[in-house]
Design a protein around this ligand. Structure first.
Ligand code: URP
Ligand code: ZN
Ligand code: ZN
Length: 496
């Protein structure tokens, strides 16, 4: 029996975002060939018994920063280790961010990300591109990226003043251009000016530890920027995707905007759903620093549960991780000044289990919503559905055999990531990936990884995702303001 003859997954419960059915799944040459009961397949096929297990689409992590050079150092999970860890956790695709320095070419940055990632990735991946400055060259390069390079999402930073931040008029121009190109505008929503002022204030008060990171940028700093981004995007009828929604206030802003008919999507991340910002007040510096990321985790301990409720009820739409890992000795760059602690946390390996535990096991969402928020909604928004995010004929064979009852304990001692701690240390989770199949190959089975760098491929994404743009196009047609037809004014006009 070899996998080249195909794989038959027998007797499992196939879970898609809209329904669950007991079915067999036959996979060959990297694709799902058929889904149905009692499938008759050729001899020599590897048979996997999935009785009492779920067969789900491989997870899609919408937000990673593998080997990102950032704040004077480089994230330790590279595209090889990071994607291996993803597979071990049941994630079969990541979307990473190209982040050019201010003033540098977006295309050059994209090319160097491809050169870095292509030979290393163990699962499929795609790239968002950050717009860190504005000008005609940026516009031209965004067009090339959207039309020729498979990029249909661009992220703008409202934080990281003087580094990546755009001002409002630049956001307006960038959103308007995203809309022309049929791309999804993404924002890191925090008020960068207020963060800079707040950081100065905390340091002047003698607060140099990780708690200063949260104190200098409280919830309203995130909520204000989120509201501002939604307002600007609405002014140009551009769909908006808010990355890493970390606070109750920002989540409420997204939720209200959706209820008011805005085309906006909110992305909570594993860290925000699984843990909280009380850790910044931990007495051990290294522990507290390990949780530093922007926007920060929130000290209100009801935040993770609140974000999960909104995710379960479609106020928030998808989940990523913002996986951007720095080991303790890298975090220590900021041992005397919290503004120098490299920002970022882990999550790529644990996201699926965290969401199962806090979302499904807790009774907040069902298995179908789990699939929606861990894969299919991402595939719809970023326009590669049903190639991915669905167990169906002709879809890519990115499949996970998921044991909803089995438990595992998260620990840096056993995780596959390069980082030397884990923000979810000691957490017990129901929901374990038993087998992960990527592009038709069993890459993780019974705790063992069998991967090769370069196995994954770059997924090209077309602009104008229907899921996002159908409403936008219709609004353009029917909501364009028109002038009132009047008789000309014929009375007196004062002379000036
Ligand atoms: O702290 C974070 N989030 N680090 C990665 C960069 C970003 O803002 O996403
Ligand atoms: Zn960010
Ligand atoms: Zn990020």
């Amino acid at each position: 029996m070899t996998e080249s003859c195909g794989i038959l997954i027998k007797g499992g419960k196939v879970v898609n975002e809209d329904c669950s059915v007991i079915s067999d799944v036959y996979i060959k040459n990297g694709k799902i060939i058929s889904v149905g009961q009692n499938l008759q397949i050729p001899v020599g096929v590897r048979v996997i018994d999935a009785t009492n297990k779920l067969v789900i689409p491989g997870g899609i992590d919408t937000h990673t920063h593998m080997e990102l050079a950032f704040m004077g150092t480089k994230a330790v999970d590279d595209f090889h280790v990071g994607t291996k860890a993803a597979l071990a956790g049941g994630t079969t695709m990541i979307l990473d961010f190209v982040i050019p320095q201010k003033g540098r070419s977006l295309l050059d940055a994209y090319n160097s990300w491809r050169e870095m990632a292509d030979p290393k990735v163990c699962c499929d991946y795609s790239l968002h591109v950050a717009v860190t400055w504005w000008g005609d060259k940026v516009k031209t390069e965004m067009e090339t990226l959207a039309k020729e390079k498979g990029v249909n999402s661009f992220k703008m930073f409202m934080a990281y003043k003087d580094v990546f931040m755009l001002k409002d008029s630049e956001l307006y121009a960038a959103f308007a251009w995203c809309k022309e190109l049929g791309a999804v505008a993404q924002v890191h929503a925090e008020n960068g000016d207020l963060i800079a002022e707040g950081a100065r204030k905390m340091l002047s008060l003698g607060i140099t530890g990780p708690e200063g990171h949260e104190l200098c940028r409280p919830e309203e700093v995130e909520a204000e920027a989120t509201q501002r981004a939604i307002t600007i995007a609405h002014a140009v009828n551009c769909p908006l995707y808010v990355v890493h929604v970390m606070s109750k206030s920002a989540a409420k802003v997204v939720s209200n905007a959706r209820r008011n008919g805005r085309v906006v999507f909110g992305e909570p991340i594993a860290a925000g759903l699984g843990t909280d910002g009380t850790n910044y007040w931990h007495k051990e510096w290294a522990h507290a620093a390990g949780f530093v990321m922007g926007p920060p985790l929130r000290p209100d301990p009801s935040t993770p549960g609140f974000l999960m409720d909104l995710l379960a009820n479609d106020d928030l739409s998808v989940t990523g991780t913002d996986n951007c890992t720095f080991s303790v000795c890298q975090k220590a760059l900021g041992k005397d000044d919290f503004t120098k602690i490299p920002n970022g946390v882990n999550g790529v390996e644990d996201r699926m289990s965290i969401i199962w535990e806090k979302g499904v096991h807790s009774g907040k969402m069902d298995e179908n919503r789990f699939v929606a928020v861990t894969s299919s909604n991402a595939a719809k928004i970023f326009n590669f559905y049903p190639q991915k995010g669905r167990i169906a004929q002709n879809s890519d064979a990115d499949v996970v055999i998921w044991d909803p009852k089995m438990k595992r304990s998260i620990s840096a001692k056993t995780h596959h990531q390069a980082v030397d701690y884990n923000i979810f240390e000691g957490m017990e989770c129901h929901g374990v990936p038993l087998i992960t199949i990527s592009r038709g190959k069993v890459v993780y089975d019974d705790g063992q990884l069998q991967v090769s760098p370069g196995h994954g491929t770059f997924i090209h994404r077309q602009p104008f995702s229907e899921f996002v743009y159908k409403r936008i196009k219709q609004r353009d047609q029917v909501r364009t303001p028109t002038a009132v037809i009047r008789k000309p004014y014929e009375g007196k006009v004062i002379s000036v």
